[in-house]
Design a protein around this ligand. Structure first.
Ligand code: CA
Length: 224
């Protein structure tokens, strides 16, 4: 049974979430302030954290940043009140995995929670196909129409994370964190160059990408 921590100061929203997710079979607990949320998120084992942005004591952005700084890798879904915050979630180097904008539809939230937990279970997705491209994660091979495509190890890591988090925007900082060696200094432009190479290998028309989309001011998103 997955344990979920909800950090939310609005009691009715927190209660609604507890009800809803408990009914889905999760073990759910709550914290009502930033510092309390941070303490519990760091100190106990969770499969997932739902983290509100506007919190007393310390906001959700800082809580998330502190968690990642403390090497806590638990997936975090941010609950944001404004669309503007949602952009911030993905643009900043917070380490959040996803966000849901308030007021959220409970069914959508359940689906996001489920998707996030499923991703943890799955580990490697095996073989993933889009268009005529086949990505074999186990053998680290990519084929297009059956013909092997030569990807560098770095390009493969980029493609892998984009596919694993398909449908979501990944900031350049997030891509750097997963695809490059720790403590390597990489500029945004270097990320863009590698994405460009990747597009030339997997897209039919690299200048009009069908799968690997750029999201202005933020980063990249894979749709496929
Ligand atoms: Ca709040």
């Amino acid at each position: 049974m997955a344990r979920i921590l909800i950090v939310e100061d609005e009691a009715d929203i927190a209660l609604g979430l507890v009800d809803d997710l408990t009914r889905e079979g999760y073990q759910v607990e709550t914290a009502a302030t930033g510092p309390e949320g941070l303490k519990r998120a760091r100190g106990e084992a969770w499969e997932l954290i739902l983290l509100d942005v506007m919190l007393p004591g310390m906001d959700g952005f800082d809580v998330c940043r502190e968690l990642r700084r403390a090497r806590v890798r638990t997936p975090v879904i941010m609950l944001t009140a404004r669309a503007h915050d949602a952009e911030k979630v993905m643009g900043l180097e917070l380490g959040a995995d996803d966000y849901v904008t308030k007021p959220f539809n409970p069914r959508e939230l359940r689906a996001r929670v489920k998707a996030m937990l499923r991703r943890l279970d799955d580990g490697s997705p095996g073989v993933y196909c889009f268009g005529s491209v086949e990505v074999d994660f186990d053998r680290a091979e990519v084929r297009c129409g059956g013909t092997p495509i030569d990807l560098t190890a770095l390009e493969f890591r980029l493609l892998r994370v984009l596919i694993e988090r398909r449908g979501r925007v990944l900031s350049r900082a997030q891509l750097i964190e997963v695809a490059w060696e720790p403590a390597t200094h990489v500029s945004d432009r270097v990320v863009d160059t590698h994405i460009l190479h990747l597009r030339q290998k997997i897209e039919r028309e690299p200048s009009r990408p069908q799968y690997l989309h750029g999201v202005r001011g933020i980063g990249y998103r894979f749709d496929g």
